[in-house]
Design a binder for this molecule. Structure first.
Ligand SMILES: Nc1ncnc2c1ncn2[C@@H]1O[C@H](COP(=O)(O)OP(=O)(O)O)[C@@H](O)[C@H]1O
Ligand SMILES: [Mg+2]
Length: 330
């Protein structure tokens, strides 16, 4: 079981693909025994980070520390202690889930790993372990991939967007599986491009954008820290509304967009008060939303990423699949 401390850390990690900078001095610190949500918009550098951490590629610069020791290009054998699911897992479709795990266990190093039925139970596949993989849903295949990553009873799990392509029920099952693994003392480092998903399963979140860490900390703290209330008024009334809201909040953290939406940096529990102040000034809002600073931050990152790199990421995923597919069974 892991001791209290840091399970995984990166310092100034850098990686370029040709002229394209993917990691730009990434610093991460992942405490032991938690679910750490590695959150970032498409193209932010999540998969590149996972590839570095699993030794699939070497960084151009920076260092990695895993389970208390430096991890360098000579250390791939140490991945015994680390289970990973990066890119889509590949299985023999004509074998059962259980037999695929047996084959995987036989091809790997002989370690005193967990029993296969125990692992199937852990990922919620015990009932269906005897079925052919060709009859599995995508979600079941993803969970079988996690089962494969668990064969050596690793203390650290690296999972790259394991919920991608799952239906809502599959996502719930995946979340339960990861929470369960953390409750056993394992560290789960899991990436996602969906804030809502990370919010529901992670203890700690690290946000990556353009290859850099932009925010890291306990998710509850980040969600409850600063809030943003957005209110929409008639465009002609924006100047009057700005005046009234600035007086109420006694701050300059009030800004307006051209479409009449005004953002006010106050906690969400003040939205009713804010609405009343506007009404007292004779201004009636046609819309009001509130959220945390974290939500506002992630929304702005996501919009930026979509505008800057509308399809670059998908091209990257296809290229990667091509490489990985040649590595194992089809
Ligand atoms: N094999 C590759 N060749 C060239 N560029 C790549 C490759 N893989 C990723 N990239 C680029 O590196 C950046 C980071 O990509 P990636 O790590 O896949 O991000 P994420 O997983 O967060 O979507 C993107 O700009 C992407 O287009
Ligand atoms: Mg990715």
């Amino acid at each position: 079981m892991t001791a209290a401390g840091v399970a995984l850390a990166t310092h100034g990690l850098r990686k370029s693909y040709g002229t394209r900078l993917a990691l730009d001095g990434l610093d991460l610190s992942v405490p032991s025994g938690v679910v750490y949500g590695f959150l970032g918009p498409n193209g932010a550098g999540k998969t590149t980070t996972m590839r570095v951490l699993t030794g699939l590629i070497h960084p151009d610069g920076g260092t990695v520390e895993m389970l208390g020791r430096p991890f360098t290009r000579r250390d791939r054998h140490r991945l015994f202690d680390v289970g990973a699911l990066v890119e889509s897992p590949s299985f023999y479709p004509y074998l059962s889930g259980r037999d695929n795990l047996r084959a995987l266990a036989a091809s790997g190093p002989a370690t005193g790993g967990m029993r296969i039925d125990e692992i199937l139970e852990m990922v919620g596949l015990r009932e269906r372990g005897g079925d052919k993989v060709s009859r599995y849903s995508l979600g079941m295949k993803q969970r079988l991939g996690i089962a494969g990553a668990l064969l050596n009873d690793p203390s650290l799990l690296l999972l790259d967007e394991p919920s991608n392509g799952l239906d809502p029920a599959g996502i719930v099952a995946m979340r339960d599986t990861l929470r369960h693994l953390a409750s056993l003392g394992k560290t789960v480092f899991v990436s996602s491009h969906i804030l809502g998903e990370v919010q529901q399963m992670a203890d700690i979140v690290g946000i990556i954008a353009a290859g850099k860490l932009v925010r890291e900390g306990p998710i509850q703290e980040l969600l409850s820290s600063q809030g943003v209330v957005r209110v929409r008024v008639d465009v002609a009334e924006v100047p009057a509304a700005l005046g009234a809201l600035a007086r109420m909040t006694q701050s300059t953290h009030v800004s307006a967009a051209a479409d009449g939406w005004i953002s006010v940096h106050v906690n969400h529990d003040r939205s009713a008060e804010l609405n009343r102040v506007l009404a007292q000034a004779g201004i009636f809002a046609s819309g009001l939303t509130s959220g945390s600073d974290l939500e506002a931050l992630f929304l702005s990152l996501t919009e930026g990423a979509a505008a800057a790199d509308p399809d670059g990421t998908f091209a990257a995923i296809d290229r990667t699949r091509g490489i990985i597919a040649g590595d194992g069974p089809a």
